[in-house]
Design a protein around this ligand. Sequence first.
Ligand SMILES: Cc1cc2nc3c(=O)[nH]c(=O)nc-3n(C[C@H](O)[C@H](O)[C@H](O)COP(=O)(O)OP(=O)(O)OC[C@H]3O[C@@H](n4cnc5c(N)ncnc54)[C@H](O)[C@@H]3O)c2cc1C
Length: 414
Amino acid sequence: MNIKVRTAVIGAGASGLAAAITAGEKKSGKTIIIEKQDRAGRKLLATGNGRCNISNLHISRDNYHGDRAIIDRVLSNYPYERAERMCNSLGFLLRSDSEGRVYPMSNRSDTVLDCMLRKLRSLSVDIMYGEEIRFLGKPDDKFCIVLKNDTVYADNIIMAAGSYAAPHLGSDKSAVKLMYDSFGFKYNTMYPALCPVICREKYASLKGVRAKGSVSLIADDNIIKTESGEIQFNDTGLSGICIFNLSGYVNEFLLCGTADGNNCKKIKISVDLMPDRHERDIIGFLRKCRRIFSGEDNTLLLSGLFDKKLSAVLMKCISAGSVTCEKLSEDDLRKAAHIIKNFEFTPSRISDVRNAQTAAGGYGSSIVEPATLMCRKVRNLFICGELLDVYGDCGGYNLHFAFGSGIMAAENIK
Ligand SMILES: Cc1cc2nc3c(=O)[nH]c(=O)nc-3n(C[C@H](O)[C@H](O)[C@H](O)COP(=O)(O)OP(=O)(O)OC[C@H]3O[C@@H](n4cnc5c(N)ncnc54)[C@H](O)[C@@H]3O)c2cc1C
């Protein structure tokens, strides 16, 4: 069957749903969504552990990485206040936590998806599920999308097919292959971001141990980024939100040899387990511990500060031998204080994309115009969401960008 529409949105994820609602609201012609999976918003449902961290009270360009021109245009068109208005107009309220992370008041991601799908039905936007695109082209002034049984002709296409992160939720690279085959578009190297970091140092006993502190990504001798929060140790390396926020830089280095765009020779992650205390003060306290734990195995020296397993690993790292606490030397205490402030890890392997919440890389402003998200070489073809060369930190920044870029693309359709 031949289907003629004004706008075809490819992908029924966060950005595609927002784009289709905006296109539908224009009432300038039929909008459809073409989705390869058998349902909409699978990734959206998984966000925030099912609670959907949809935005952040403190949206800022500093929380985003990638194509600056695109980041700036999307954020200025879609500030937090607009996100809140959009959610309210869809029928749900928001609430925020002490760190500014914003969730639907119901604390449920299905609230967000259900409200968006209801809105789409009210706008008569249809979703074609389970559709594989066999051909995409623009032979004349209309786009032609060949599906298994149907051919769709559209004046506008909005590509909202996401990145390849979290493939168990249906993500893959089919859209970038399609864009290359159809229009010859190349994308900036993609790599996993917001994910655990695999390290050379492996401490099996630390699996499952958590500690509060700060973590810094150091490239050569320069601190690229410092984050605070809960560090989760596991048998392959480090995890936790603060580590997720460094992981993009790590994978960039392992894949491209750069950190934040600058060449560098080596990187490390330095964990500061007592960011609020100076090394000198820690040594003073350890002198007291040396007395308090007198006669005990030295692996207990730090057990009043950290989990026992972490205390034991730190003491092993300083190679104090098997002496009891009171026999520890001043040098041992200095080394212990130093490692508490600088527990170093060397990233060794690119993180598994299956554990990534997003991907860095994608289409940048050499392919799309930042002000409209329309492709420079193919008019009325738009790209939004994670397909763009933009990703945000943990904290609602990615969904905010997905919605904002979907809305912006659809505002510029003809
Ligand atoms: C576990 C997890 C938790 C997360 N939690 C948060 C969070 O709390 N807050 C936050 O801000 N971000 C979070 N993110 C990131 C956020 O989910 C994504 O950034 C966002 O969903 C991207 O939206 P998108 O529309 O670009 O892509 P997606 O949501 O991935 O949607 C793309 C859609 O396109 C479809 N598609 C792909 N290729 C084709 C094709 N060739 N033809 C047709 N359809 C296609 C896909 O099936 C999919 O439905 C999380 C991610 C994960 C994996």
